[in-house]
Design a protein around this ligand. Structure first.
Ligand code: NAD
Length: 525
């Protein structure tokens, strides 16, 4: 079924306005190829009743999934890993079509997931092992005390369109390793690769009923939030707030991975060539549609002119296009037509306020959703391109007098997701990094922290709540249960228990005074 409506024009009738390129009827929505605007597939919307049914099925299967332990779950997840390897070309192809990514960027999604399966299978049992606690009160050492991690049950995941598999399956993997079932609602703009993986899990692998995909926009998402035991959301700040509000109704715990406006600081003694190459890649990989893209660059005055000239030259060497499986382009299409409007608005605002557009700066004519890779010089904080999330192939650069000014500007934002510092001396880079208000800072590098799955990844300020990756990245999917178990034969009654009397009260007073008072006060009263 093809839709006559152009991408970006229609609104969903399923309870919410579509914020993106998907069109929708009450029962379906269309998924487009951003490279040429053609319809790829029409997808059925999952009704709230069906969401409830799906979560109930996941909940029923979760019991056995938890019971088979880390070893049993590892076997199934390794089957999924091997299935991804066996089907990678097909998955890359579907991904490329529905997102408009170049093949090199599309391929990153499968790479991440196979690595993540092995990582969480190895680390999960360690990070979720019982933790023995020694009480600070000596008398309570007559018992064994433990922190036990118990899976929530069913974890819901709502994900965006820029990395449709990394940001859905990628987060579902630690949830599954921890013993949860996972139900994902992918972006209505890019659900197809994930649906293909769900099909593989169910039909080819014959996996347990613990991994499901539901489709739709706000109504489906709302129903999912209502039904699950924990909700991981990745998307915009605006929707994140709506998710938290909805989750408050059922007191469902959430983690929110939201937008960013990541700064890069380049000091006067940095390796300019490395900094330029890093800026081009960190700002334009995935056509600039990464939450941790380099979104603004502050360069110290003495090297500013050389930096912007070299950056312009570098960006002008990049090839933009639909490269199939030939790996012959660096910059792809924009996945969401609505995002092109935001990008154009930011560039025109900067142009009008006196910035120089050194290269790019236009939406491409013709079919599909293409915006030229763009470098902007002489940007400043009066411009939206330096303060609001652009989420497109645009790199604005601003001249600064000093590192102090750069740090102040880097922190002058409501976001705090990531950052980078390029300095001649890595130790100086680290000192600057420690002054930046963000969830991560890469010194003399960009985006690299995302591949270090042992490091927590999450935002400060309006960039989110909670983290993925690291020990917290899997523990967030678990309740903690505090256990106290006797070590020795117990008496029939305890001094704290009934009945109360003055003798017991005086005894306890003496004990607490002995333990907590200092100096001579310990022995008074
Ligand atoms: P979005 O907020 O528009 O949509 C995200 C998801 O929320 C989609 O699945 C969408 O269908 C769903 N949704 C829409 N309305 C909803 C509602 N009322 N209640 C619940 N869910 C609803 O975001 P997007 O445009 O898909 O993605 C781009 C944004 O995501 C950018 O801001 C980007 O920075 C952010 N992002 C953050 C991270 C991170 O890790 N911090 C990673 C990638 C993207």
């Amino acid at each position: 079924m093809e839709s006559a409506t152009k991408p970006g024009e229609a609104t969903a009738t399923n309870g919410a306005t579509a914020t993106n390129g998907a069109t929708a009827t009450a029962e379906t929505f269309d998924v487009y190829r951003p490279a040429d605007g053609s319809v790829m597939r029409t997808v059925e919307i999952t009704s709230p009743a069906k969401v409830a049914e799906t979560v109930a099925a996941a909940r029923a299967a979760q019991k056995e999934w938890e019971a088979i332990g880390f070893g049993g779950r590892k076997v199934w997840l390794e089957r999924l890993r091997d299935w991804i390897f066996d089907n990678q070309d097909h998955l890359d192809e579907v991904m490329q079509q529905e997102t408009g990514k170049v093949r090199a960027d599309a391929a990153l999604e499968a790479f991440y997931c196979v690595d993540a399966i092995n990582f969480w299978n190895d680390q999960g049992p360690k990070w979720l092992a019982d933790e023995v606690v020694t009480p600070h009160v000596p008398i309570l050492r007559t018992k064994r005390h433990k922190i036990v991690y118990r899976p929530y049950g069913v974890v819901g995941l709502i994900s965006p369109w820029n990395f449709p598999v990394i940001l859905s399956l990628g987060d579902a993997i630690p949830a599954l390793v921890a013993g949860n079932a996972a139900v994902v609602k992918p972006s209505e703009i890019t659900p197809l690769t994930l649906m293909e993986i769900e099909r593989g899990w169910k039909e080819d692998i014959g996996g347990p009923d613990v991994f499901h995909v539901v489709n739709g926009v706000a109504e489906t998402a709302g129903a999912l939030i209502d039904e699950v035991d924990y909700l991981q959301f990745t998307g915009s700040e605006r929707t994140g707030k709506l998710v938290m509000k909805r989750a408050a109704e059922t007191l469902t715990p959430v983690s929110l991975e939201l937008g960013g406006k990541d700064p890069m600081i380049v000091t006067r003694d940095a390796d300019i060539e490395r900094a330029v190459n890093a800026t081009a890649w960190g700002g334009l990989i995935n056509t600039g549609q990464i939450c941790i893209s380099i979104e603004r660059v502050y360069v110290e005055e003495p090297i500013y002119d050389e930096f912007v000239e070299k950056l312009k030259a570098k960006v002008e060497t990049l090839r933009q296009g639909a490269d199939g499986d030939s790996y012959t382009a660096e910059v792809g299409a924009m996945t969401s037509p609505a995002q092109i409007d935001i990008v154009s608005d930011h560039v025109e605002d900067a142009r009008a306020k006196g910035a120089r557009i050194l290269t790019g700066g236009r939406k491409k004519e013709g079919p599909g959703d293409w915006y030229e890779p763009t470098v902007i010089a002489d940007a400043d904080h009066s411009m939206k391109v330096m303060t609001d999330e652009t989420f497109g192939p645009v790199i604005p650069v601003m001249k600064v007098k000093s590192v102090d000014e750069a740090v102040e500007l880097a922190n002058d934002t409501r976001y705090g997701l990531g950052s980078s510092v390029f300095a001649g001396d890595p130790e100086e880079g680290e000192r600057i990094a420690r002054r930046i208000e963000a969830g991560h800072c890469n010194v003399n590098d960009v985006l690299v922290n995302y591949n270090v799955l042992s490091l927590p990844m999450g935002g400060w300020k309006n960039s989110g709540i909670g983290v993925r990756h690291g020990a917290q990245g899997i523990r967030r999917f678990c309740h903690t249960e505090a256990l106290t178990v006797p070590r020795m034969k117990q008496t029939k009654n305890e001094p704290m228990w009934f009945p109360y009397n003055a003798r017991k009260r005086n005894f306890l007073r003496r004990v607490y005074r002995l333990m907590n008072a200092r100096g001579r006060k310990r022995f008074k009263g």
